[in-house]
Design a protein around this ligand. Structure first.
Ligand code: DHE
Length: 555
């Protein structure tokens, strides 16, 4: 069974100082204050990531008590949780739906399911905003720039260091890619999400779901956090300025709530600017909660590509003059999520996941190059680039909602007919893929399936041969290869990541908080296990970010 960890959202959100809006609908089931508090906490931990704080829906459905919308032909459609009613809601929460809602009967008790069904028939509370003054009040510099070393003070091969998310402890483990030893474990934000590397390769920026942004200095004798700031109550994305002349100058982080992005000084995290992302969707409707999904830094212009989930608007943000900030906004499709560069790093391909599309941003012409229809719920991570034996350069995405891997042609110069078209769909082992990966030096394409309901598939990765993608993949059972004792609960094999030389692939075996987890390192040529990194401190590892590959956007 698919479990709800995928949906788990910020615990800290539950502790957020909500505006007291007890505008609970008159005909909604009643709740005591204690019940509301419990339900609010569960909602933010388990539901908000997909359905939104205001419950207007994104990857998940709208969960307002009552909604109404006008269709293109002028007719009206209405619905809502009140209309669905207690019994139906309890069934959906317990058993999930074919539309992609996962089952919670193995996570929530019967009483909790009853509670949540009542809670979502009531009007959602509106959380508070987060101003510049509030952000500044959270800003801490643990080590000022003039107290930091002027050269690397340790012997670590920084090029091959991995920053590994330890999801449930709110930490990242810095692991030496050569020795496979943990060099430090650094406390960061709650349910820490991703790491990105500064242009110089010296700093690691880590964002937690509680909006805590931490800056780690890799030049210290023992790498540690040198500055920190809270950018929002709930956040997922971060990047840094990478254009020549702006290396390590700025950091940018995207908020889920409030819906805004913040720009900080790259070396101290001093807050410099906050920009709201509220506005109209591509359909021309006002949206009060357009969350910031992926953000990526261009290496060819002083710009970030900022993808706004609910509106489907993509903003190119020019950081060369923060006081007179220039944004170019163009329409794509709703529910933008994650994405990555093509191999030339001119085009950024981003999934509009619940619209079943991939949008292609041309960062040179500064416009949308294409909107490509794909199978259900594309989820690329950063995707994977390789030269296809027939179709030339392609970028690849897996799918949460379909059992295929999609290859999109990315070369409008020499392979014009294939550019921005789905040139091939490879049959994957099932739905539930989250990440695909390859490396310019590799002959393989790796794809996981951690959200697949089948235990053996969720615990395995598939390795395809790029020379013949019609051949069934080699299946590697990461849970078995870890040598750890079998557990009843699924330990998901997630997020393949290459080392700097492109000859090893690291896979996280993501178990429960109380289970021993591991990272299993495979030789990319022989597909044999090279090393199993286990340590009592290795708790719930998920994303892994190799410094060199992340710094240079190699995937
Ligand atoms: Fe992620 C990337 C949002 C759940 C692991 N995730 C991203 C990005 C976004 C996002 C917007 C792109 C960031 C960027 O590039 O700037 N993730 C969300 C959610 O909203 C969602 C669905 C639900 C939630 O409540 O958070 C969610 N994500 C998860 C997980 O449960 C995962 C599997 C485990 C974990 O650690 O939380 C997870 N997300 C990741 C990883 C990346 C990521 C590893 C970066 C991939 C990469 O290779 O760059």
């Amino acid at each position: 069974k698919t479990r709800g960890t995928w949906l788990a959202s910020a615990l800290a959100m539950a502790a957020m100082p909500f505006a007291i809006s007890s505008a609970f609908a008159a005909d909604a089931p009643s709740m005591t204050d204690a019940e509301k508090a419990t339900a609010k906490k569960i909602y933010f931990e388990r539901c908000a990531g997909c359905h939104g704080v205001l419950r207007k829906g994104a990857t998940g459905k709208n969960l307002e008590p009552h909604w109404e919308k006008t269709l293109k032909d002028g007719s009206k459609l209405e619905g809502g949780t009140l209309k669905l009613g207690q019994n139906r809601l309890e069934k959906i929460i317990a058993y999930g739906t074919e539309g992609g809602m996962v089952n919670f009967d193995d996570i929530l008790t019967k009483d909790e399911i009853n509670l949540m069904a009542r809670y979502i028939q009531n009007v959602p509370d509106v959380p508070p905003e987060f101003s510049m003054a509030e952000m500044k009040a959270t800003w801490k510099v643990m080590m000022p720039v003039d107290k930091r070393p002027t050269k690397q003070m340790n012997k670590i091969n920084l090029k091959n260091i991995f920053s590994v998310t330890l999801r449930d402890t709110g930490e990242v483990a810095l692991i030496d890619g050569d020795t496979k030893e943990i060099t430090s474990i650094v406390k960061t934000g709650y349910a820490v999400h991703i790491s990105r590397i500064s242009a110089s390769g010296r700093y690691v920026y880590v964002i937690g779901r509680d909006g805590r942004l931490s800056l780690i200095d890799l030049w210290l004798e023992k790498p540690a956090v040198v500055a920190e700031v809270k950018v929002a109550f709930d956040a997922r994305s971060v990047d840094t300025s990478k254009f020549k002349g702006y290396e390590d100058t700025y950091a940018i982080a995207g908020g889920y709530w409030p819906p805004q992005y913040s720009i900080m000084d790259g070396a101290t995290l001093e807050p410099l600017k906050i920009v709201s992302t509220r506005g109209m969707t591509v359909d021309g409707e006002y949206h009060p909660e357009p969350r910031v999904a992926s953000i990526v830094a261009s290496q060819t212009k002083p710009e970030w590509v900022v993808n706004i989930k609910e509106t489907g608007q993509i903003r190119l943000v020019d950081y060369s003059d923060l006081k007179n900030l220039k944004e170019t906004t163009f329409e794509s499709a709703k529910f933008l999520h994650d994405g990555g560069w093509d191999s030339t790093q001119r085009y950024f391909l981003v999934a509009a996941n619940a619209s079943n599309k991939v949008a292609v941003v041309d960062t040179v012409e500064r416009k949308l190059a294409a909107l490509v229809d794909t199978a259900k719920i594309p989820h690329p991570g950063r995707g994977a680039n390789f030269v296809h034996p027939t179709y030339g350069p392609v970028w690849t995405t897996g799918h949460l909602g379909a059992d295929v891997i999609t290859l999109i042609g990315t070369d409008p110069e020499k392979h014009k007919d294939n550019a921005w078209k789905v040139v091939q769909e490879i049959k994957h082992v099932g739905a539930g893929n989250l990440f695909v990966k390859t490396h310019p030096k590799s002959k393989h394409l790796w794809a996981d399936a951690p959200q697949n309901p089948e235990k053996s598939l969720a615990e395995s990765v598939a390795v395809y041969s790029i020379a013949d993608l019609s051949k069934p993949p080699v299946m590697l059972n990461v849970a078995k290869d870890s040598g750890l004792p079998e557990t009843k609960a699924i330990r998901r094999a997630v997020h393949p990541e290459y080392n700097a030389d492109g000859n090893e692939v690291w896979i996280s075996l993501w178990g429960g908080k109380a289970d021993q987890s591991a990272i299993v390192v495979y030789d990319d040529t022989t597909l044999k296990v090279k090393k199993v990194i286990t340590d009592p401190k290795m708790i719930t590892p998920t994303g892994k970010f190799n410094l060199h590959n992340t710094q240079h956007d190699i995937y």
